[in-house]
Design a protein around this ligand. Structure first.
Ligand code: NOJ
Ligand code: CA
Length: 675
């Protein structure tokens, strides 16, 4: 895709430099609201002001190594420069088709005063919506191999803000978000989102996590508002094994006046490198259905047997259904042997189909019907075995016409002592994405490393789990109504989520032939939302591969399914109209390929009413609004599936009242009348 570029790079006057000494450098956002200063008098410290108040007080930077002295103090600034850039770029797919990239950058070149006189560079990019900074250890005489035992980065807040977070975990992101005062938070995975005492918003995360360990945050000793980076280790305790020249991922601090601006921030994507895949015509956002939910309910099995889900016949039914209902992809789980060896080492070979699944016949059928077959690769944590055979597996899939692969790493990583979120696995996940690109295969990763904007560079990295998704509703106490009102402000800031919404049979606890999936399943599981809220999630939770996750028989003869048929997964433009973390959200998105707009609105366990202006619509057009709403008498607990479809004409001047029942939602399609 062609980049529209009006790149302006200019060296600014050095007026921003403190005159008293060359030990302090400063840089501000283009709108001057965010100010960062870096001081090298004793060690290296950065501090951030927002709207002239201190947001982050001096916080340490630097490294400790296994094979060398710390690189953290005794520096002189040998050089620095400030550059400005204001460009726009086109996404391959996403929430927005064009993204503005407007920042000021400060590059600081440091060198130790004595000893080995090692060099360290720091990059600070300051945007109107936050700050990104990264370390660079350039190629130099005295350092070759690098064994990082500690990244010293700190985030020292000055007030007791309110945080939305999941506790740090090196293996999983599948826990419910909590809300607590900073003083009560001991550790966190990123992104962590803070609502400040002044009512502004901050989110700490990282961008372009490449050849490095994932970062978690740990409370610093003795200061209850301060956190430091805690990288996920290798089995020997070293955090990152690399060599010069090296750059770290960007440490990101998104800072916005309000919650909407945070959700609309593109800082993470802006801090990633442009698309490296030349021809992206095969990268195709899509909706998909799949042989999946039945296994989580326990009515079907992954393994061979009389309840085996992935049979040739059943898969063809799914392909026919998709073909009839404007759905592009069909995921099939349990198509290949190995499930009977679950929990054992190298249970899967990733290529041998079960005897009741004719892979060739099914993939040919999918191609004939213009449906993308989404192959499932569950590794059971055998990442290394999968990686060893990547080329041959993907080349076989490509020959069969497999367009996308859903990967999985359930259970512990089989390479002893490795964690899902350490450097070893970060590199593995990337290798999978890059190799898949060679064979024109899109990736949907489960049990992944968190997103850090890699989708910009490798647009075949479509979506991923890394969230407490729909499956938890099948075999645990489930996800509470407010879960969905937290995700857009936290996990989704990092990137798309394969949450897999769209369960219509909400009270499936009565499902026939149900067997326990695991010990968590008490047989009473259900989805803790209304049906209309399930529709609204197709707008609220962005994913370029969006699954309609229920069994197809539960979609037959359901008028509400039309919303799922109609909604696209690639957008021209997205906007949050209103939202409060943990309470409610209204998001609108404009289709990239038509003049249609879609609105999703959801609430937590409380009923709510909003009056909104439709001023986002084109003011020269009249639209039909197809409103999918919970019936007045609906309620997520007692009457979750009663849904109504109301049609009315609206314009950009219409005021629309949105009534949400407890645990409910609303989904609207706006189509121009005279297109
Ligand atoms: C967990 C994944 O999230 C889920 O989607 C998949 O069905 C199971 N693992 C089995 O691979
Ligand atoms: Ca709430």
């Amino acid at each position: 895709m062609k980049l529209k570029n009006w790149h302006v790079t200019l060296l600014l006057m050095l007026t921003l430099i403190s005159c008293s000494s060359k030990k302090t450098l400063k840089i501000e956002s283009p709108n001057n609201k965010i100010k960062v200063s870096i001081n090298t008098t004793k060690g290296i410290y950065y501090a951030v002001n927002f709207k002239d108040a201190v947001l982050i007080k001096p916080s340490k930077l630097g490294y400790e190594f296994k094979n060398a002295n710390p690189l953290s103090n005794n520096f002189i600034i040998t050089d620095y420069n400030i550059t400005q850039s204001n460009t726009k770029w086109n996404t391959t797919w996403g929430e927005n088709s064009v993204i503005e990239d407007n920042y000021n950058q400060l590059l600081i070149c440091l060198q130790e005063k004595d000893g080995f006189k090692r060099k360290l560079n720091l990059y600070f990019k300051v945007y109107n919506d936050g700050v990104g900074f990264r370390y660079e250890i350039p190629k130099q005489k005295n350092i070759d191999s690098i064994l990082i035992t500690q990244e010293l980065t700190e985030f020292n807040f000055v007030k007791n803000h309110s945080g939305w977070y999941i506790p740090a975990n090196f293996e999983s992101y599948e826990t419910l978000y909590k809300n607590a005062s900073l003083s009560d938070i001991k550790s966190a995975n990123t992104p962590i989102t803070l609502e400040t005492v002044a009512g502004n918003f901050i989110s700490i995360h990282e961008a372009n996590l490449t050849n490095y360990a994932g970062m978690t945050l740990k409370k610093s000793k003795g200061d209850s508002f301060s956190f430091k980076s805690d990288l996920v280790p290798w089995p020997d305790g070293v955090k990152v094994k690399t060599k010069t020249p090296m750059v770290s991922p960007w440490r990101t601090i998104q800072i916005t006046d309000n919650a909407q601006d945070l959700v609309e921030s593109n800082l993470i994507l802006n801090l990633n490198e442009p698309n490296k895949i030349e021809n992206v015509s095969w990268v195709e956002p899509m909706k998909y259905i799949g042989i999946w939910w039945g296994m989580h309910l326990g009515t079907q099995t992954w393994t061979l047997g009389k309840r085996h889900g992935a049979t040739t016949e059943e898969t063809k039914k799914y392909i026919d259904f998709a073909n009839k209902h404007n759905i592009k992809g069909v995921l099939v789980e349990g198509w290949n042997t190995g499930w009977e060896n679950w929990g054992k080492k190298d249970a899967f070979d990733f290529v041998t189909p079960y005897e009741d699944f004719n892979l060739k016949e099914v993939t040919n059928y999918a191609t004939e019907k213009n449906i993308a077959f989404i192959g499932h690769v569950e590794t059971g944590g055998a990442a290394q075995s999968f990686e060893n055979k990547l080329d041959s597996i993907f080349s076989m899939y490509q020959k069969l016409g497999v367009k996308a692969v859903k990967t999985g790493y359930a259970g512990g990583i089989q390479t002893k002592g490795q964690f899902h979120h350490g450097q070893f696995m970060v590199n593995h996940y990337r290798e999978v994405v890059k190799t898949a690109a060679k064979y024109k295969i899109m990736i949907n990763a489960h049990e992944p490393i968190k997103p850090t904007g890699i989708r910009r560079t490798y647009p075949n990295m479509m979506t991923r789990e890394g969230v407490r998704g729909m499956e938890w509703n099948a075999w645990s106490s489930g996800n509470p109504p407010e879960h969905y009102t937290i995700l857009p402000f936290t996990r989704a800031l990092a990137g798309p989520i394969d949450y897999t919404p769209g369960i219509f049979d909400i009270l499936y606890k009565n499902a026939k032939n149900r067997v326990k999936w695991n010990d968590l399943d008490d047989g009473t599981s259900r989805v803790n939302t209304t049906l209309a809220k399930q529709l609204a999630l197709f707008v609220i939770l962005y994913s370029p591969m969006q699954m309609a996750s229920d069994l197809i028989e539960n979609y037959e003869n359901q008028p509400a399914f039309k919303f799922i048929e109609d909604i696209p997964t690639d957008w021209e433009f997205s906007k949050m109209i209103n939202g409060k973390i943990g309470d409610y959200i209204i998001i609108v998105r404009k289709d990239k390929n038509s003049d249609d707009w879609f609105l999703g609105s959801i609430t937590d366990e409380n009923k709510r009413e909003f009056n909104i202006e439709l001023n986002f619509l084109d003011n020269n057009k009249t639209y039909v609004a197809e409103i999918y709403t919970d019936a007045k008498t609906a309620d997520w607990k007692t009457n979750p599936t009663e849904v109504e479809l109301i049609k009315k004409e609206v314009t950009s001047r219409t005021n629309l009242t949105i009534k949400l029942v407890a645990g409910g939602g609303q989904a609207i399609r706006f189509s121009p009348i005279n297109k």
